[in-house]
Design a protein around this ligand. Structure first.
Ligand code: ACO
Length: 333
């Protein structure tokens, strides 16, 4: 019998420090950087974001989201046999944030020590990271390499923002989302479609690297916003259509569209192209900003917990980000 994978629990976590656009504008004004709530809302749909405290890392946010997902799935850490963390803001150059997070889960209690030993690794596909990670976990479950995975998106983008660049620093936030993905006789994940095109490396990147004990080049995010906008709108439609075709479904079968939460204008334009009514578009970018790899699982969890998304619903998850990377996962909850 064919093996499938199915999401059995979702969780998320936002660091407590919330900044409205007005709060951020006031902070930026002290650096001589001018912005306004009106500009940010009109161009992006963002109204607020959360920033982690300086000593809080991606593994800390991911740990909280993972605990919540485990609880929702009725599972304990020792039930997990695969951990994948999607992040572009890891705790360290190495080891992976997934290994650090595994150890935090193992320390919860005596039984939880059983999570030690399972494979744990990070996926780096920037804002497409979660759809990449979910696709890899699904493939490993389908082949029998894993039975019960924790798939986490966790980011502290505030660490790589240039707070003197108003074109980028108003867009991003910190947070984490997680799912438990389990082997199942019925799908679950129906189809996925992943892509990358490295010729666009320069339009969205953190170009610095570590060499000889020093950071060489800028360790802060740079972006050509208009180039990103144009690319994102085109590829999101293509990935969604390819995924629907693989699953033998139509755009009218989508109950909820959960795109990467980057910018309300990109999200609405994608929904229109897919003929998905705006009432079926999940929007959390207004409250979270762009949390990169965390944005899709965060939006999913918020919508599950609020009762908007229900078991049995058909969801289209879509990521797009630096690389350039993009992709979609179609699933039945
Ligand atoms: N506050 C006030 N004014 C600003 C700000 C700001 N925060 N940022 C830029 N401006 C000004 C500019 O200086 C410019 O002024 P000028 O006309 O006097 O020169 C004016 O606003 C217009 O700037 P543009 O860059 O042309 O603004 P645009 O309409 O392109 O919007 C934005 C910029 C929001 C970044 C848009 O290009 C966009 O959404 N791009 C998509 C990028 C994105 O979402 N990236 C997220 C990461 S990638 C991902 O997740 C897929």
């Amino acid at each position: 019998m064919r093996r499938f994978s199915r999401i059995t629990g979702t969780g998320s976590y936002l660091p407590p420090r919330r900044l409205s656009n007005a709060d951020l504008a006031a902070e930026l004004a002290t650096k001589g950087v001018e912005t306004s709530d009106d500009w940010i809302v009109e161009r992006t749909g963002i109204r607020a974001r959360h920033f982690a405290a300086p000593d809080v890392c991606a593994s800390d946010l991911g740990f909280e989201a993972a605990k919540a997902a485990l609880q929702a799935a009725g599972r304990a850490p020792q039930d997990i046999d695969l951990i994948i963390v999607a992040t572009s803001t890891p705790d360290m150059v190495f080891p992976s944030t997934a290994c650090i997070l595994q150890h935090k889960l193992a320390q919860l209690n005596d039984a939880a020590k059983g999570i030690a030993g399972c494979p744990a690794f990070d996926v780096q596909a920037v804002c497409s990271g979660f759809v990449y990670a979910l696709t890899v976990a699904d493939a490993m479950i389908q082949t029998g390499a894993a039975n019960r995975a924790l798939v986490i998106g966790s980011e502290v983008f505030s660490r790589i923002l240039d707070f003197t660049d108003r074109t980028t620093c108003v867009l991003f936030g910190d947070g984490a989302g997680a799912v438990v993905l389990e082997a199942s006789d019925t799908p679950g994940i129906l189809a996925s479609d992943l892509h990358a095109d490295g010729k666009h490396v320069g339009i969205l990147c953190v170009p610095g690297n570590v060499s000889g004990g020093r950071v060489i080049g800028s360790p802060l995010l740079t972006m050509d916003g208009q180039a990103v906008f144009k690319l994102a709108v085109g590829v999101l439609e293509d990935a969604a259509r390819a995924t629907l075709a693989k699953a033998g479904l139509k755009d009218t079968d989508i109950d909820w569209l959960i795109p990467h939460q980057a910018n309300i204008r990109i999200m609405q334009s994608t929904a229109k192209k897919l003929k998905v009514p705006l009432e079926k578009l999940i929007v959390t970018v207004d409250q979270h900003g762009n949390t990169s790899a965390a944005s899709i699982p965060l939006a999913l969890d918020v919508s599950v917990k609020s009762g908007k998304i229900k078991p049995g619903d058909t969801l289209m998850l879509e990521g797009v980000g630096g690389g350039f990377t993009w992709g979609a996962v179609l699933l039945k909850l």
